[in-house]
Design a binder for this molecule. Structure first.
Ligand code: DP6
Length: 330
């Protein structure tokens, strides 16, 4: 007889405004630097985890299709971590759906592992507080530590497993402060170098990595203050320079990692053009060609139109999103 237990969780994607790029400890996912993000309402992952008492290989489905190879092993290793903590054995069936393209630099792993951490720990009977859940999610994907929280979140680098987790960042409560990200879907195909491989190569070979990491603490402080003040222009300026710096570290890696394409650059130019015309708009980019443009909600249409005129690609508008939550309890 097999006693099954299951839980379903939803977690939203987050976009870093001060980036996490580089692990000090790849085993424990301890980053070189602290990072700060905004959780987005428009993109999320819904994950159901079902444990049985039967032995056997874990089964993982993403958007209805079975997942195999390294992706499957990555999920299985994460499940092992939770199983060993909970003293549970037996295989799991994981069923996950994304509202965001996977592996395209749209931070799908942030929502994926946050939802997996919440669903798995709940199904296993562990009741974790948000910091403990953030620490657990971190072990699946570093950026997932921040998707446990809604709004703005700060992942403190810490120095060991206990001290490396995210927490909410207080933002100015003011109807005038309603930042959105206009996501320019320049190319949603699968990237050729994963962020994990790219950041490892950057840490190991890029002469620009340490200077960028050293500058992160000042960016973080300025960003936190700007979020507290609701100062979108400063948030944007810091986000832009931090992201460009991160991409510079990759360009200087050996061999170089370059995620942006001619269309990416055309969108960056369109953003500069908007600023010259007096629109507060700032960009950030992750491990992929897509561009996220931070602006006031009132300007989202103008920004989307500028992207359309520049490259004709689709856009999606995302505001601040909620924290990870359980939708089906065990
Ligand atoms: C560029 O969290 O995907 O999006 O920890 O190896 O799973 P792993 O990496 P991941 O890297 C995210 C990098 C980034 C910046 C960020 O989200 O801070």
């Amino acid at each position: 007889m097999s006693a099954e237990v299951q839980a379903t969780a939803i977690a939203h994607v987050n976009m870093a405004l001060v980036k996490y790029w580089g692990k000090r400890d790849p085993e424990l996912f301890l980053p070189w630097t602290s990072s700060l993000s905004m959780t987005l309402d428009a993109f999320w992952t819904t994950t159901t985890v079902r444990f049985s008492t039967e032995a056997g290989e874990d089964q993982v489905k993403l958007d209805g299709a079975p997942v195999a190879g390294e992706q499957q092993r990555r999920v299985s290793r994460f499940l092992d971590l939770v199983r060993s903590r909970a003293g549970r054995t037996g295989r799991a069936v994981v069923d996950s759906t994304n509202t965001v393209p996977t592996g395209a630099g749209l931070a799908s792993s942030s929502s994926a592992f946050a939802a997996l951490a919440l669903a798995t720990s709940s199904a296993c009977g562990l009741s974790l507080d948000p910091a403990a859940l953030s620490r657990l999610a971190r072990r699946g994907s570093g950026s997932a530590s921040r998707s446990i929280f809604g709004g703005f979140a700060l992942w403190r680098a810490g120095h060991d497993d206990e001290s490396s987790y995210a927490e909410p960042v207080p933002a100015k409560e003011d109807p005038q402060f309603d930042p959105v990200m206009v996501v320019a879907l320049v190319d949603t195909g699968h990237k050729t170098v994963t962020s994990r491989d790219a950041m490892r190569r950057t840490v190991e070979t890029s002469p620009l990595f340490r200077p960028w990491a050293d500058s992160a603490a000042a960016d973080l402080k300025e960003m936190q203050d700007a979020v507290a003040r609701g100062d979108l222009d400063t948030i944007g300026e810091v986000a832009e320079r931090n992201a460009l710096g991160m991409h510079a570290t990759m360009l200087a890696a050996r061999p170089a990692v370059r995620y942006f394409t001619p269309n990416t650059v055309a969108v960056l130019d369109a953003v500069l053009e908007l600023r010259r015309a007096g629109v507060s708009a700032y960009y950030t980019m992750d491990a992929g060609p897509n561009v996220k443009i931070l602006c006031h909600r009132a300007n989202a249409d103008v920004v989307a139109a500028a992207v359309d005129a520049a490259v004709g690609c689709p856009t999606a508008v995302a505001g601040a999103g909620p924290a990870a939550r359980l939708v089906v309890r065990p």
